[in-house]
Every structure is written in C-alpha cells, then in structure tokens.
Design a protein around this ligand. Structure first.
Ligand code: ADP
Ligand code: MG
Length: 449
C-alpha cells in the first residue's frame, strides 16, 4: 500500500519544479493507508489547504487510476516534528500563510477551492434545488439577506460541491476578491497552530479582514471544541459586520449540532437555512449522465437506470461505482452493457443487486444439504429436512428482513410462530454448533449476503 504512495509521489515529482516539490511535497509523510483513507502527516495546517487545492487532485487521480477508480479521502495529521525537519533541511522558509501573488497571473488567489466543483456541473433536482438557488444567490449578491447561508444534508449529497461553486462564481465576478474555502477541521488546525506559534494576528487578519467570502465546510467538526468555537464566533461577527458573505455547511440542521454554543446556533439561523436531500431517481440518472459525459464513459440509458435504481443513498457512491465500472470495462476490454454492469456490481457492492430472494436462499440451502425444494416447503419434520428449512428461514429473516407471516407463506403455508421459533432456535445455536455455522456461512458466501 505504501509503495503506491511512493509511486504517486514519484509520478508527481516528474511534473513539478524541483523547488515546488521540495517545498510542498517532500515534507509530507504518508503514515498509513486504511481502507479508502490516506493519513498524511504535514508540518502545519497551511499545507493541508495548499496541497489540498494544488497537488491533492493529482495525487488522488494517480491513486484512483492505480486502484480501480477508488476515491481516496485524506486525513491530515499536523506534526510539528516535520516542521522542525523542514526548517533544518530546507534553505527556504517553511511555507506558512499563503503568499497571495505566488500564483501565476491567471490563477485565482489561493482560496482553497477545488477546481472541479462548479455550478455548471451540478445537477439540480427537487432534492437540492433550494440549496442550489440559495448558493447561486450567495455567490452573486454578497452581504445582503441570506447571510449567513447554512446548507445541511447527509454525506455525499453535494454540499462541498455547492460551496466550492459559490467560491468560483464569486471569483468570476470579482477576481480581486478574497475567497477562503476551508473545512472547520482545517480552521481548527490552523487556529491551534497559530496560537502555538504566536501567529494569531496573521490568522485573524486572514479570516477577518482579508476575507470577502468565507466558505466553511463541515461546521459540525467544531462540536465540543469550545476555544475554536469562540474564535469562530468572533470571526463570524467581524465578517458579518463588514457585510461579507458567509456560507456554512453541516451534516445536520443548526439546532441538532451537538456541543455547539447557542449563540453560534442562533447566528446560523439569522440568514437562510437550506437542506439537501438524497436525490430522486431522475436526478440520479441525470447525475450519472453528466458524470459519464465528463469522464467520457459510454453508458446506455439502460445501464444508467440500473445503476441509479441500485444505488440510491449517496451521490459519491453513485459516482464511485460508475468510475469503477469504467475502469473494469477498460481492463477487461468489455463494453458497459446491462449484463456487464450487473455482473460487476455484484462483486463491487455485494448487496447492491437486490435480486436475492427468499427463494434464492431456499435453493442454496437445498443445494447445500442435498434436498429438494419441495422438501423444504413440506411439513416433514425429519431432521434432514427440518434443519435446512430452519436455516433458510433464519437467513431470510436475518438477511432480507422478510416478515414472519410472509415467510410462513413462502415455506409452504406455516404458522408465523413456527417460523419465529425456528429463527430463534438457529440464532441460539449458530455460534456453537459447527454444522449449522458452516452451513450458514457457506450459503451466505454463495449468495454474497
Ligand atoms: P458532501 O460534501 O455533501 O459530502 P460532495 O459535495 O463531496 O458531498 O459530493 C460528493 C460527490 O458527488 C462529488 O464528487 C460531487 O461532485 C458529486 N455530486 C453530489 N451532488 C451532485 C449533483 N447534484 N450534481 C453533480 N454532482 C454531484
Ligand atoms: Mg463535504
């Protein structure tokens, strides 16, 4: 896993000037990779912001290509030892506050914005149209009503995308203006670092006077962090009184953020609070089409419909699945037709294909024990039949959540209390009885439950 990180760094080294590489990338240490999360240690929190907006997309693209389209997330770990190391080995000053004229003429001021998130590639549907409209308005008439704008919704539903889009639109109109996009976590880290290093004046300057638009993502991170909340409260007030637009996102509405000071909660409600819900089927299809077009992935309506029907909760998941599918198709030199999509999804998302039915479980149990389907539905009580039947009932209940009366019907018209006691019986012995456990596990594996 770590070799993959080294490869990514080597790849990027080839694309940057030596100076940039030494300054920004060589101080980073990849501490571990766990699941889809990279833990990157950095000398101070400015790195998170700068690397996040400048180099991280390159790194993540590289990793995604290597790992079948996997979308990695990054956890930053601020480690002061690295700061010391960077100071002693480098002749250059360790980067701290972002230098505003460091960026080439055409580039935006280092705002922390992610270039790929714009209004243009955001698909609007009933689930997000209020948030979308509110964001458009925040980007165009800063400081009027709708300040602050508070956007909330579950993970992967487009909050980060929308707030970045606000930043881009704002800069398009007034490129001289200063936009600060950062997560509340980044804000916290920077705040702590500034405090420890006697840089609070700079910190306050940066977020109070030198900021025309503040985009604060995932404010729920401040839960229980009293001191950072205090600082954010004053930041908020300063900007608000200067009529500067503030946009905040959260995974829950203001009142439900645990451990958040009342005075902040009330401020979050001064302006406009807008939610984002999980997208409806049509919106999911439209998102898939947009994404497929962007990435040049040829998918038919049929496949788009299948994916959208199978993955309903979260846009990030939807996107990730599409990308993995594309990578797989390319590797196997297959076209993405319905059959391929179904096959691929079965292995990628074990439960995605909702085809598993009570009957599938019955058949698998019969096959395992070598009995007939008619036996399992019969009223015979012989152990050779009763045990497979009880296991199939147990699995159907556990894995499919089918109701007891319905299971009674499916198993040849039995009383629901019979089913219930069978399920309980298996549940009570499955851990200790090796024969039963082996059967349950094998059937589960076979059906990818
Ligand atoms: P959140 O911040 O709410 O967890 P993100 O903004 O990170 O979610 O969105 C996850 C992914 O889904 C991003 O790649 C984003 O571009 C995409 N996405 C979410 N909603 C939409 C949408 N309505 N149209 C296009 N892409 C979307
Ligand atoms: Mg987000």
């Amino acid at each position: 896993m770590m070799a993959m990180w080294d490869d990514a760094i080597t790849d990027i080294r080839g694309r940057l000037s030596e100076e940039n590489f030494e300054t920004w990338l060589s101080p980073i240490e990849c501490r571990k990779i766990e699941g889809d999360t990279l833990y990157l240690a950095i000398p101070n929190s400015f790195y998170a912001e700068w690397i996040g907006s400048h180099y991280l997309p390159l790194i993540l693209d590289f990793l995604a290509q290597r790992q079948g389209g996997m979308n990695y997330a990054v956890e930053w770990i601020v480690d002061e030892k690295l700061q010391q190391a960077a100071l002693t080995t480098s002749s250059q000053p360790v980067p701290r506050a972002v230098v505003s004229n460091q960026a080439p003429a055409k580039a935006k001021t280092p705002s922390g914005l992610s270039p790929k998130y714009a209004f243009e590639n955001f698909v609007v549907g009933p689930s997000n149209q209020l948030a979308f409209a509110a964001c458009m308005s925040a980007a165009s008439k800063s400081g009027q009503h709708g300040n602050p704008l508070f956007i909330y919704g579950g993970v992967g539903l487009g909050k980060t995308h929308l707030v970045n889009a606000v930043g881009h639109r704002f800069l398009e109109r007034q490129s001289a203006h200063r936009v600060r996009y950062l997560s509340a976590e980044c804000f916290t880290n920077e705040f702590i670092w500034s405090l420890q290093n006697g840089k609070m004046d700079e910190f306050r300057h940066r977020y109070r006077s030198e900021c025309d638009l503040l985009l604060m993502d995932d404010i729920q991170f401040l839960a229980g962090r009293e001191q950072t909340q205090e600082e954010f409260f004053h930041t908020f007030n300063a900007l608000y009184h200067l009529d500067r637009q503030i946009v905040v996102t959260s995974d829950v509405p203001p009142k439900q953020i645990p451990g958040m000071q009342e005075r902040l909660i009330s401020r979050f409600q001064w302006g406009l609070v807008a939610d984002i819900q999980a997208p409806e089927l049509d919106t999911r299809i439209a998102i898939l089409r947009t994404k497929a077009e962007q990435e040049n992935i040829p998918i038919s309506n049929e496949v788009a419909l299948f994916l959208a029907q199978t993955i309903h909760s979260n846009v990030r998941e939807l996107e990730g699945t599409l990308l993995r599918l594309a990578v797989k198709a390319e590797l196997l030199e297959r076209t993405i037709d319905l059959e391929f999509a179904k096959e691929a999804l079965r292995s990628v998302l074990p439960c995605a294909d909702q085809a598993t039915s009570v009957e599938d479980i019955q058949r698998a149990a019969c096959e395992y024990f070598g009995i007939k389907l008619s036996d399992i539905k019969s009223h015979r009580r012989h152990r050779a039949v009763a045990i497979p039947r009880m296991i199939a009932m147990y699995l159907s209940r556990q894995r499919l959540g089918t109701s007891y009366p319905e299971l009674g019907d499916r198993f040849g018209g039995k009383d629901h209390t019979t089913v219930m006691s069978a399920v309980r019986k298996i549940a009570s012995i499955v851990d200790d009885d090796t024969i039963v456990r082996e059967a349950v596990q094998t059937i589960e594996r076979k059906l990818r439950l």
